[in-house]
Every structure is written in C-alpha cells, then in structure tokens.
Design a protein around this ligand. Structure first.
Ligand SMILES: [Zn+2]
Length: 323
C-alpha cells in the first residue's frame, strides 16, 4: 500500500514538471539551456535551438540580457499583426507571432529579446535602438537591419524571411567598418554609444547621427515615401558608409595596422563595388552612392579615382534607371 502511494506521487510530479532535472534545482538555478526549455510549449524547439546555437557559435557573447529576459519571456499567438508576422514588445517582454508554424520570424524576435535591457532612468535599449516612450526613439532602422542580418547569418537553415533588405545591406556596411566580432558584441550588449564612439574615429558625430536618422526614415516610411527624398537619403547613406570604410582603411594603413598590399586590395575592391552598386527599392533602381560627390571626397584623403561618374542620368534630379 505504501509503495503504491509513492509510485503514484512520482508519476504526478513527473507529468507536471515534464522532466527530471528540475528535482535537482530551483528554477532560478537552472542553466540557460534549461530555462529555454520552459519558455513555451509551442515554440520550445525554436527557443532551445536559439539558445544552444548562439552559445555554440559565439562563446564570447555576453549573455547577461538573454539570461535575464528569458526568465520572464512569454510567446503569444495573435490572429494578425499589421504589416508584420512577428513582434517583440520589450515593455512586457512578450513575443507575438501570427501563425504557430511561422518559425522564420521567431529567431528574429528572439534576437530582439536577447539584446534588450532597461536602464535605471527608463530608456529601453534594444540592440542598437534606444527608445523612451514619447521622448526618444533612435537607431531603429540600423537595429532592424542588423537583427535580420544576424538572423540570416545564424538561422539561415530555418527558413528566414529576408525582410528589411535595404537596411540589412546598410547594417552589413557598418559592420565592415567596425568588424564582425566587435559589432556583434556591441549589439548583444545594447551598446549604441560605443558603436558611435568606434565609427566617429573616421567621421564626424553629425554624419553618424544623420546616418541613423536616414535609416530610421527607411524603417518608418514604408511605402509612403517621396521618391526623390528616398534617393537623397539612400545616396547619403551609401556615401557615408563607403567613405567611412575607406577612411578607416587609410588610417589603419598609416598606423601600420594593415600592410600596403592589404590596403591596396581593400581600396580596389571597394572602389569596384561602389562603381557597380545599385539600390533597388520597389523595383526602381538607382546608384546607391552619389559617385561624383564620392570621388571629390576621396580626393580629400588622397585617393584619386578616374571615371567615377554617375552613369545613368535620365534627368538631372533623379538618376533613376528603369528596369
Ligand atoms: Zn524586428
């Protein structure tokens, strides 16, 4: 009789807690992978894979945000979200998903969760975005681009969506200035400030802030844009990222941090890239850099580029190339 009771009790506990390892520890003492297991029944596989893979591919990552946020993370299903298949609400630490099998965007939303913390003075730091309701909202465009870039980099085999295409490309350009490891570390530490400090070694603070502002415009405007404004902003962003990249290589060479061969290779590669670089928006194509202005700027740092002209000029104002 006694034995039977003990067995029954064991069975009930097993069923409720689903796994044996919880007997050994309190929830707070669980390892990150173990916590991931308890976040959501429906998205369990995805959350566990996310944590496991991020830890495997990047042991150097600081996971302090991920550790903290995963404990109170909830994942909900919604019938629909306007213009979106997923959303991360940092205020409540809730991910909303449109369809239960829509796994492609869950990894993007989990990136947001893993890179978020709230400062003591009430600023929401989400990757490279800094947000305070009604007062401050900056870096959202760069943040979405980089979040998607990381999702595609680490979860490409899970069916990613390839959203925010133009912002992904600009985020990639910024990463090539800063370096991959450093940029990833800054992202997971929600450190826009030190990203700025790194970038402004080779440009002015105003230029960097303008770049953030232009990126935010691309995120917020969506389809309701003025095309000439779009060209102006995209070309300013293109000029900014490539000029800053080239200035950095120039400085690294002068400081003996890269060899003359490396410097010349990077220079030649970038100039060729800029020359062929299109910007595609809604099927309309134009040059991503204002090459005339670019060659003038390059001359100032002693780099002379011949034949670097804006080639397609359908009219003076737009430089639009039709498909
Ligand atoms: Zn997002």
């Amino acid at each position: 009789m006694e034995n039977l009771l003990i067995n029954k009790c064991n069975i009930i506990i097993r069923r409720n807690l689903e796994s044996n390892f919880i007997f050994k520890k309190n929830y707070g003492e669980l390892a990150l992978d173990e916590k991931a297991y308890f976040v959501s029944r429906r998205y369990r596989e995805a959350v566990v894979l996310f944590v496991k893979r991020m830890k495997d591919v990047k042991p150097r990552f600081y996971f302090k945000n991920l550790e903290k946020n995963i404990e109170i993370l909830r994942i909900k299903n919604k019938l629909f979200l306007v213009n979106s298949i997923g959303n991360y609400n940092c205020i409540d630490n809730v991910i909303s998903m449109v369809l239960k099998h829509c796994f492609s965007s869950i990894y993007h939303e989990l990136m947001h969760m893993a890179s978020f913390y709230l400062t003591d003075d009430g600023i929401y730091m989400i990757g490279f975005r800094q947000f305070r309701p009604f007062l401050l909202d900056i870096g959202g465009g760069l943040n979405e681009g980089y979040t998607e870039l990381l999702t595609e980099r680490y979860f490409f085999d899970q069916g990613v969506d390839y959203t925010y295409k133009c912002l992904v490309n600009f985020a990639k350009d910024i990463e090539s200035i800063v370096g991959k490891d450093k940029m990833e570390e800054l992202y997971f530490n929600s450190d826009l400030y030190n990203l700025k400090e790194d970038i402004i070694k080779d440009c002015s603070e105003e230029e960097f802030m303008q770049f953030l502002n232009d990126s935010d415009w691309f995120l917020v405007k969506g389809k309701n844009y003025d095309f000439s404004e779009l060209i102006e902003r995209a070309q300013r962003m293109g000029n900014f990222v490539y000029l800053t990249y080239l200035k950095r290589q120039n400085r690294l060479f002068l400081d003996d941090e890269i060899s003359v061969d490396e410097y010349e290779n990077r220079l030649a590669e970038t100039i060729t890239k800029i020359d062929k670089l299109y910007f595609d928006f809604d099927g309309k194509v134009f040059w991503k850099c204002n090459k005339k202005k670019m060659s003038e700027e390059l001359l100032k740092i002693g780099i002379e580029v011949s034949g670097f002209e804006d080639e397609i000029l359908e009219d003076d104002k737009t430089m639009v190339k039709k498909n």
